[in-house]
Design a protein. Structure first.
Length: 129
């Protein structure tokens, strides 16, 4: 069984350019339409997500976790592909990977519609002496 998130977008061409050009996803299916509203299945490293510009699919502003074994390498790759972290000193997790108190190292990316992808790596558990 797989659980696949559906990410809502306003303009499929713009979203596809971001998800494939910057975030390294590949189109693997969809409804075969190129004008909105439409639906596209994407895949990255064997994981799938859906983009939809249909009015009933998903909500704007949602968050999706993308688990990775090497968050630093993922961040460098996305920056090479054109990711431009925002210049917001008050928001370090959008600028580069950050250790979180709940045991992960993460960085966040907002898509053109304000949805957030949280690239997350589990950290080694530290034992107390």
């Amino acid at each position: 069984m797989a659980i696949v998130p559906t990410i809502r977008c306003r303009n499929m061409a713009r979203s596809l350019a971001f998800y494939t050009g910057v975030l390294d996803f590949e189109p693997v299916g969809g409804d075969g339409r190129s004008e909105d509203p439409c639906f596209v299945a994407l895949e990255r490293a064997g994981d799938r997500l859906y983009l939809s510009s249909h009015s009933g699919d998903g909500v704007f502003g949602q968050a999706v976790v993308v688990e990775t074994d090497d968050v630093e390498a993922a961040f460098r790759l996305l920056c090479r592909r054109g990711l431009r972290p925002p210049d917001r000193p008050e928001d370090p997790v959008h600028r580069s990977p950050v250790d979180q108190t709940w045991g992960t190292r993460e960085f966040y990316v907002d898509d053109p519609d304000g949805n957030t992808l949280r690239f997350t790596q589990m950290l080694e558990r530290r034992t107390e002496s």
